[in-house]
Structures are given as structure tokens and as C-alpha cells.
Design a protein around this ligand. Structure first.
Ligand SMILES: NC(=O)C1=CN([C@@H]2O[C@H](COP(=O)(O)OP(=O)(O)OC[C@H]3O[C@@H](n4cnc5c(N)ncnc54)[C@H](OP(=O)(O)O)[C@@H]3O)[C@@H](O)[C@H]2O)C=CC1
Ligand SMILES: O=C(O)[C@@H]1CCC=N1
Length: 273
């Protein structure tokens, strides 16, 4: 989509929580204008930060739908059905409805909207806030390639945006939607290890976050397999291989694989409700 269109598109958010805010911030770092965005939530507690971005806010979901071309549904998964039921009569063929709710399937979304509605399922993650998100979307049965292209263009400043089959969305939820929290746990544990060895906490946390950032950036920019980079850090008989041995004994690799598996299974379970 050309930048001109990008800046004219009317964008709505139903739900003003952490993920809506992350996507809105990412979008606003591109061509979208705050004046073209409207957000709704039942209470005012999360609306102030949107207002600070210059975004219009309301308590009416209907108002968001009526004034938008593309609407992100960013409420908790169990609220998607009541919210879609509420807005359904205001959804027309001009709308693209993008659900970001974990687990909720395109079949469920399409069932709750008027026939032939354009629906897209998107799984973002919180680093959209700093334009380093990892986002995967799947198009519904009436969403055309150009609808996907429009969404991709809108989100391009949020981070990596990929399209795939719907079956991958739950996996991406475990890998990346939830995966960021797994990385935070690791970062916290790194810092706590340093505190245990006598480093002041603030310095340990600052170095742990820079370590995670640097490792991630090098991994992405080098294009190397993580095992290759890991071997480049390991001096034979040196410190790293001793630490890695301890992590393997503690089952970090298996625990991490199981964490992605459990989160994926949970997303699938949410989708069955
Ligand atoms: N957080 C994350 O990292 C990720 C979340 N997601 C998905 O995003 C969705 C939102 O999650 P998250 O942002 O964390 O949740 P939050 O709890 O932070 O936000 C939920 C928002 O929904 C609003 N809300 C509640 N009921 C309604 C309603 N009837 N109509 C309109 N808005 C309503 C809440 O209003 P109020 O402000 O009044 O409380 C709140 O603003 C979930 O489905 C989750 O699966 C996906 C990927 C990552
Ligand atoms: O925990 C959750 O259910 C949501 C989806 C992925 C990240 N947060």
C-alpha cells in the first residue's frame, strides 16, 4: 500500500490493554496519523495513555466500528464472542476485522460476524511497543491477498510481520506471543545469578537486559544458527562450557521446548471454548 493510503486508513481498537497499546505505538511510528485512530474500552483506566498519543478514545465499541475501516479486536479471548456479537450489526463489507486474541479461531470469528465478513487472525507480541515485535497473521476465508498486504503495510513498523496458515498461529503464540515472557524469566534469572555472586541488583539487571538484547541482535543480524554462535562463545575448557553444562543438567533446553508446547496447547484449548 502506498504511504498516502496508509495515512488515510481509519483504524479502530476494541480493547485498550497492553497489546492494543503496543500495536498502536508501532503503527504510529509508521505513516498512520493519531487522528485516524480510535480506541474503546469500558473503563477509562487504560485510555489516558492513548490520549497522550493523540488518539481518540470512547467507551462505545459501536462508535469504533462505525468510524473505522480496519478494527483490531484486542480483548481477552473469553470476551471476543460477546464483543463480536455486540458489534456484528455494524460490520459491513468495507471492514477488515483483525482479532489478536490467543486461541480464538477464524471459524469462531467468522461465525459471529455477518456472512462474507473479512476477518484476519493476528498474533502479535509486546515488543511491538519498541518496533521489535514478531507478528504472524492468517487470513480468513473472505480476506483477500490485498487485505493481508494492507495489514502487513500498516504493521510494518511493529517489527517482523509474516503470514502463514492458521495452524501456525497457536504455535507462534507459544513461541513468541508468550515467548517474550520466557525470555524475561531467563533475563531475571541471569541477573539473580549475578546478584547471588555479589553484584549490585540494578547493575546486574541492566547488564542482563543488554546481554539479551545483544545476543538477540547478533542472532538476527548474523543469520547464523544459535548453536554456531554458542560455539563461538565457548573457549575450550573455559567458563561458558562449564555454565552451559550446568544449564543442560538443569534441563533448560527441554523445559523451554515444553514451555512452547504448553503455551501452544493452551492456545488450542482456548480456541475450543
Ligand atoms: N499481552 C500480550 O503480550 C499479548 C496479548 N495478546 C492478546 O491480546 C488480547 C488482549 O490482551 P491484553 O492487551 O494483554 O489484555 P488487557 O487486559 O491488558 O486489556 C484488555 C482490554 O480489553 C478491554 N475490555 C474489556 N471488556 C471489553 C468490552 N466489552 N469491550 C471493549 N473492551 C473491553 C479492557 O478494558 P479496561 O481498560 O476498561 O479494563 C482492556 O482495555 C488478548 O486476547 C490476548 O490473548 C496477544 C499477544 C500478546
Ligand atoms: O498470555 C496470553 O494468553 C497472551 C497471548 C500471548 C501473550 N499473552
Amino acid at each position: 500500500m502506498d504511504p498516502e493510503m496508509d495515512s488515510q486508513l481509519k483504524i479502530g481498537f476494541i480493547g485498550a490493554g497492553n497489546m492494543a497499546f503496543g500495536i498502536a505505538k508501532g503503527i504510529l511510528s509508521g505513516n498512520a496519523l493519531p487522528a485516524n485512530i480510535k480506541v474503546s474500552a469500558p473503563s477509562s483506566r487504560n485510555l489516558g495513555r492513548f490520549q497522550e498519543l493523540g488518539v481518540a478514545v470512547t467507551h462505545s465499541n459501536e462508535e469504533v466500528v462505525s468510524g473505522s475501516d480496519l478494527v483490531f479486536v484486542a480483548v481477552k479471548p473469553h470476551l471476543v464472542a460477546p464483543v463480536l456479537t455486540e458489534i456484528s450489526e455494524h460490520v459491513t463489507e468495507r471492514h477488515i476485522i483483525v482479532s489478536v486474541a490467543a486461541g480464538v479461531t477464524l471459524a469462531t470469528v467468522e461465525e459471529l460476524l455477518p456472512e462474507n465478513s473479512v476477518a484476519i487472525r493476528l498474533m502479535p507480541n509486546l515488543p511491538c511497543l519498541v518496533q521489535e515485535g514478531a507478528l504472524l497473521f492468517a487470513r480468513g476465508s473472505h480476506a483477500k491477498q490485498e487485505d493481508g498486504a494492507l495489514l502487513r503495510s500498516l504493521l510494518h513498523r511493529c517489527g517482523l510481520v509474516e503470514e502463514g496458515p492458521e495452524a501456525w498461529i497457536d504455535i507462534h503464540t507459544g513461541l513468541s506471543g508468550s515467548g517474550v515472557a520466557f525470555v524475561y524469566l531467563f533475563a531475571e534469572a541471569l541477573a539473580e545469578g549475578a546478584v547471588k555472586m555479589g553484584m549490585p541488583s540494578a547493575l546486574a539487571h541492566s547488564i542482563a537486559s543488554q546481554t539479551v538484547l545483544g545476543a538477540g541482535k547478533l542472532l538476527r543480524e548474523s543469520g547464523k544458527h544459535p548453536a554456531q554462535l554458542r560455539s563461538e562463545v565457548c573457549t575450550p575448557g573455559g567458563t561458558t562450557i562449564y555454565g552451559l553444562h550446568t544449564l543442560e543438567q538443569g534441563g533448560l533446553r527441554a523445559a523451554t521446548m515444553s514451555a512452547v508446547e504448553s503455551a501452544t496447547e493452551r492456545a488450542r484449548e482456548l480456541g475450543r471454548k
